[in-house]
Design a binder for this molecule. Sequence first.
Ligand SMILES: [Zn+2]
Length: 179
Amino acid sequence: MSTLKLMHRKKIRNILDQLDYGWSQFTIEHFVAHVAAVRKRPIVVSGVALHEVTGMCVSLPTRDYIFYDVRRHRAVQVHITLHELAHLLLGHVSSVEYTSRIGDLQSILLHINTRIAVTQTNEYLWQEELEAEYLAHLIQQSVRTAKRLDALTRTDSAADVFIPPFTGDFVKGKSDDDV
Ligand SMILES: [Zn+2]
């Protein structure tokens, strides 16, 4: 595995500087909205149950989607969101083309599957992972410098707080005394 080249580091820092973001206002929702405004493209962030990967992003002609695994700690969800956002900012995500509704879903799933399958062994895609992780790291550094670290572990919206499903052997009418 190669490490990130210095040239790439400078390019990535430049991309972050060009966002011209006021870090003292940072919350993940505010930052995502800022990036969407700069790119003039809506970004939809959703928590879903994912398997094998912790997050993914998909670019459709009119908007971008970021998905993160809701079963992770909120701090991890925020990190995943920043990592996926970094992929978008670095231009790693090519738009999925489609012609029909069924074609949509097929091409999206194929795109995601192909990427998951080859990332571990493909040197080019692995470099993209390093770049995205480096940009996420730079964002977190800026957040820390602005003394907004707590915003990396919480959310603006109560609706985003994930309540794990109850998986115990619950029997209706059974009282605590029976346990
Ligand atoms: Zn990635």
